[in-house]
Ligand binder design. Sequence first.
Ligand code: GDP
Length: 197
Amino acid sequence: MVIRDARFICSNTQVALCPEPALPEYAFIGRSNVGKSSLINMLTGRSGLAKTSSLPGKTQLINHFLINEQWYLVDLPGYGYARVSKESRANWAKMIRAYLEKRTNLSCVFVLIDSRLPPQAVDLEFITMLGEMSVPFVLVFTKADKQSGSRTAQNVRTFLEKMRETWDELPRHFVTSAVGRDGREEVLGFIDEVNQQ
Ligand code: GDP
């Protein structure tokens, strides 16, 4: 996919205020600092589109970007930041659940996983929630340039093996690096594929 146009549309805290659900939508989410903003900027080829290294725990917003006038890319607030208050965590959960439940044009959620780490409970919990809500999702392993390819492959295998304990069918997954621009064609090709279904 060639990204001809990528522009910010709106940020809000309520699914009711999101743009008309007239186009397919792809949402990106993960633990804070997983590399979500960097990945979005790498995919769209717009370095300042998503704000990188924003302070975790700041206002949690659903950010809509319109790509090629054809689909929405949604930057969802991250989870798993230790220094977030109970209240803020509860607000996050409420907002995300409402978004996942009510966003009728949601084609797929990209769950970002740090490729350097062993399986993290917060990621597995979030994936379990997606399963319970029957939301389609794929996994995106980030920061693959930070270690050898074999190490990344091992960590991906370990994560998928952990999922296999509870899932009959494993999701599709992509290995990416915002620095090396790895996985860009694969992720955008997947979006193309789903858009054409
Ligand atoms: P977010 O909080 O999930 O949006 O994460 P950011 O995109 O702000 O990235 C968090 C940190 O990881 C920043 O210092 C980025 O420069 C770094 N980072 C993100 N993606 C990559 C990557 O693919 N490779 C490397 N080496 N660093 C990355």
